[in-house]
Design a protein around this ligand. Structure first.
Ligand SMILES: [Fe+2]
Length: 370
């Protein structure tokens, strides 16, 4: 790998860090340390975890350095420390936290100078710079988790326009696209960065189906709530005949043409049934993705459980996806306004518990062709 591609990695690491810091720029230390919800980490934990994950992989694993803070890393282990406990942990805070983030980054850049990361690299995590891509994706994905928490922070004024959903004018009655029956390839190919759960790429046989060209809008979901008395999305508050959004402590009007967001899997399912449709399977979603409009606003719930693909191999560690496989989690596809474009790809599989509504999840409906 050439010096210029190392420089490109360093630049992308710097950009991701600027984005992380821009997110918290309007906040004080008290807000960073506060526990807003038992299902979301305090922001200080996310920040320390981002730096600790970087230290673990880029400094300790490949740079063979000793940790800066002894066994502090155990408090940043996402599996060992459930979100509801993270506010109580003896984690780094305030100036010490900022110094740790900067010190880890300094060492990361030293190690980057030393290592061989070309296609011939001896260590598999280094081949094609995999571990650097993983670290970039990790930080950017935590930005999205932080944005979920920021929905609860009263008066949060984002420093960048990209930290809010852009306006949209999708139709309340979407057109549908027909996908022929046949074999489709799903998953990520062997080259380039992807997570273990996206591999291997493999064929699936699908009957003909139809899928909405655009996601379900706020207007359509409001109609469903009026017609059925169903529960509204999280952060909706009744106001006269309509609804207001209470996200970020506001009372803002809801844009009828934007995709509905903050709905659970159950709400998505119920909406689809009411509309005479159903949720797509994740394979249908991926097979149709070249024809789909309006992705990148909300994650889209699918009917699929989060399962291993045939021939799955955990890499580089089983805690990324393997421990979550089973019928407890449902797959979401696409990406939301809070997802950095570098993280989005048609094979990307997100997953969560079906009852969860803090994530930026919405709906796209499908139906059997016939
Ligand atoms: Fe993480």
């Amino acid at each position: 790998m050439t010096a210029s591609s190392k420089a490109a990695i360093a630049e992308r690491l710097a950009e991701a860090r600027e984005r992380t810091l821009a997110l918290i720029e309007p906040l004080d230390d008290e807000q960073l340390n506060r526990v807003y919800s038992p299902i979301l980490s305090p922001l200080a934990w996310d920040l320390g975890h981002i730096a600790n994950f970087e230290e673990l992989w880029l400094v300790r694993t490949i740079g063979k350095r000793e940790p800066l803070h002894g066994d502090l890393g155990r408090f940043y282990d996402a599996i060992e420390n459930p979100r509801k406990n993270r506010g109580e942990l003896p984690i780094l805070r305030d100036a010490e936290l900022r110094a740790y983030m900067a010190d880890v980054r300094e060492r990361t850049l030293q190690v980057l100078e030393e290592v061989e990361i070309g296609p011939e690299a001896e260590s598999r995590p280094l081949r094609e710079g995999f571990v650097y891509e993983m670290l970039l994706a990790h930080e950017l994905q935590h930005n999205e988790t932080m944005l979920q928490l920021l929905q609860l922070v009263e008066g949060y004024e984002p420093a960048r326009g990209e930290f809010a959903m852009p306006p949209a004018a999708f139709p309340a009655r979407p057109e549908m696209v027909h996908i022929e029956a046949g074999e489709h390839q799903v998953g990520a190919g062997p080259r380039g960065f992807a997570y273990d759960n996206e591999r291997p790429r493999h064929p699936v046989e699908l009957p003909a189906f139809e899928i909405d060209l655009t996601p379900v809008t706020n207007a359509a979901f409001a109609e469903f709530v009026e017609a059925t008395g169903a529960e509204p999305p999280r952060y909706w508050e009744r106001h006269g005949d309509g609804w207001l959004s209470t996200a970020r402590g506001g009372r803002d009007s809801i844009d009828p043409g934007q995709p509905v967001v903050h709905v659970s899997w159950g709400q998505a399912e119920a909406f689809a049934r009411w509309a005479g449709k159903r949720l797509p399977s994740e394979h249908e979603w991926e097979a149709a993705s070249p024809s789909l409009d309006g992705t990148g606003f909300v994650w889209e719930w699918t009917r699929s459980d989060f399962l291993a693909y045939p021939g799955f191999e955990a890499f580089p560690y089983p805690e990324y996806s393997q421990v979550f496989f089973g019928d407890e989690h449902k797959v979401l596809r696409g990406g939301s306004w809070a997802t950095h474009p570098d993280v989005e790809r048609p094979s990307f599989r997100n997953w969560d518990l079906p009852r969860r509504r803090q994530i930026f999840a919405g709906i796209r409906c499908a139906k059997d062709a016939g």
